[in-house]
Design a protein around this ligand. Structure first.
Ligand code: AMP
Ligand code: MG
Length: 491
């Protein structure tokens, strides 16, 4: 049983702050006035061996509202650069987030304590260094929702709000989010040192990441190409998971791409309601660069940016091989995940067409992605005419019936029992996802100082595959108002 530490007893091991000063700037948080704890996640606290009762201490909001530093923390803002919307944007860096330090738990795992909205840093450019309550609630909940779905992600410890307004399109409540990850190093972290023509720093950062997160590659003959290959494969698998669950990131700039394949930097993300491959969740993305269906190609583009940054360590030929491995890994993992969504355990050469024809039909008939796959678990393989529950999702029932015959034939090849398949499908097709309207309800209540909906959603989304009593309303498609929520980069 892990120790239950008090805040003062957290075990810091600040490995990133041991790197040379070129990798960060030392800076302390600028406190929020009159900090109030909005939400606390005991599951993330457990990863730090932190006693959940610590959240009841009055100092807790002070610590995560930037007023108090825990002994052992060494706050730094990390430097990084990146391609934003396809164009190299030069140096960016943590403009409003501060890495307070790294906590090592009793299992030896290391967690960055990253405080977002912590005030200006040398990398703030024209920004105020702040985050608003609205965007911190979205990031807090979606990090935990993705974790519940089994998708690699940053985790969320708590939100603290202050009582001084932060100006966006209108004045909003300012807040800080304490986010956790094994590391916050991004593709863009490498791009900085490539742009500065400092290959020795590129190598030092690669060595840092490899030693901690790809240790099997350290000291190998092909360490660096192996590293680029491993990052490519992790990224491929991550994006395949996004596609399979129907989620769009919204701002897949290379500075928002984790070097260990986590979902990172939640902004204008969105889960699909009706299946629409052209879905654009970011209202500021006028040309649809980050549309749902483009995400695999954008992952490839971002890996090319990383490959360029690693060009002192990886030959063009090795880079091409890793990019090819990205494409192969993405296709294979996506197919594997979609087969599982259909309840298939074996593979045949027709599965790709079975899946893409279903998706085309869903797009044509504007079928809700999450609700349909959950319902498909109830498909009866023996008698097509008893499948009304599933075919009623489609306005073009004849087209669906033609697909259903193929699906039933395919299930016959599998020769399993319907109820086993349903149980299997319910473990991969979530009942509950963080649709924008659900987050929006929690945000609007929080702005009236009622924070209970945040916790209700966090609890619900922890186990999105389970049927949860009295929570059916949370599995509903969006109401009309919920279809029209515009989410932009403003945060
Ligand atoms: P994002 O779009 O949130 O990934 O942010 C892109 C870059 O802009 C990062 O370097 C952020 O730190 C920076 N940034 C975003 N908002 C602010 C802000 N309010 N103040 C300072 N920097 C910001
Ligand atoms: Mg970012």
């Amino acid at each position: 049983m892990a120790h239950r530490h008090r805040l003062e007893e957290l075990q810091f091991d600040n490995t990133y702050a041991r790197l040379p000063e070129a990798f960060y700037a030392r800076v302390e948080p600028t406190p929020l006035p009159n900090p109030v704890l909005v939400s606390f996640n005991p599951d993330a606290a457990a990863l730090l061996d932190l006693d959940p009762d610590e959240a009841k201490r009055p100092e807790f909001a002070g610590v995560f509202g930037g007023q108090l530093l825990i002994p052992g923390s060494e706050p730094v803002a990390m430097v990084y650069s990146g391609h934003q919307f396809g164009i190299y944007a030069g140096q960016l860096g943590d403009g409003r987030a501060i890495l307070l330090g790294e906590v090592r738990n009793g299992l030896g795992e290391k967690w960055d304590l990253h405080l977002k909205g912590a005030g200006q840093t040398p990398f703030s450019r024209d920004g105020d260094g702040r985050a608003v309550l609205r965007s911190t609630i979205r990031e807090y909940l979606c990090g935990e929702a993705m974790h519940g779905l089994g998708i690699p992600t940053t985790r969320s410890l708590c939100i603290v709000a202050g009582d001084e307004p932060v100006l966006r399109e209108r004045p909003e409540v300012g807040a800080m989010l304490l986010r956790m990850a094994p590391t916050h190093v991004r593709f863009g972290s490498f791009q900085t040192f490539f742009a500065r023509r400092q290959p020795e720093h590129v190598k030092q950062l690669a060595d840092y990441v490899i030693a901690r997160f790809y240790p099997h590659l350290a000291g190998a003959a092909d360490t660096y190409p192996g590293f680029f290959d491993a990052v490519s494969v992790r990224t491929a698998q991550l994006i395949a998971k996004w596609q399979a669950v129907g989620w769009a990131h919204g701002v897949m700039n290379s500075d928002n791409m984790s070097i260990i394949g986590l979902t990172l930097d939640y902004g204008p993300f969105g889960f699909l309601d009706a299946y629409d491959p052209a879905f654009i969740c970011n209202h500021s993305d006028h040309h649809g660069r980050y549309a749902f269906r483009n995400q695999p190609d954008i992952g490839y583009f971002n890996l090319r940016c990383l490959g360029q940054a690693l060009s002192s360590l990886v030959t063009p030929q090795q880079e091409q091989e890793a990019l090819a491995a990205y494409e192969a890994a993405h296709a294979a993992h996506y197919l594997e995940l979609m087969r599982a969504k259909l309840g298939l355990q074996t593979s045949t050469s027709e599965d790709g067409a079975l899946i893409s024809d279903l998706l085309a039909l869903m797009a044509m008939n504007q079928v809700d992605y999450t609700i349909f796959f959950r319902a498909l678990g109830g498909f009866k393989s023996g008698a097509a005419e008893t499948n009304d529950l599933v075919r009623d999702f489609f306005t073009d029932r004849d087209e669906f019936d033609r697909w259903a015959i193929r699906y039933a034939d395919r299930l016959w090849v599998e020769a399993g029992r319907d109820d086993d398949r349903r149980a299997r499908m319910n473990r991969v097709n979530p009942k509950y996802v963080l649709r924008n309207y659900l987050a929006q309800t929690a945000i609007e209540r929080a702005q009236q100082k009622d924070y209970s909906e945040i916790d209700r959603l966090r609890q619900l989304l922890k186990d999105p595959f389970a049927e949860q009593p009295d929570m059916d309303a949370y599995a509903a498609p969006p109401p009309d108002w919920g279809r029209q929520i515009l989410v932009s980069c403003s945060s």
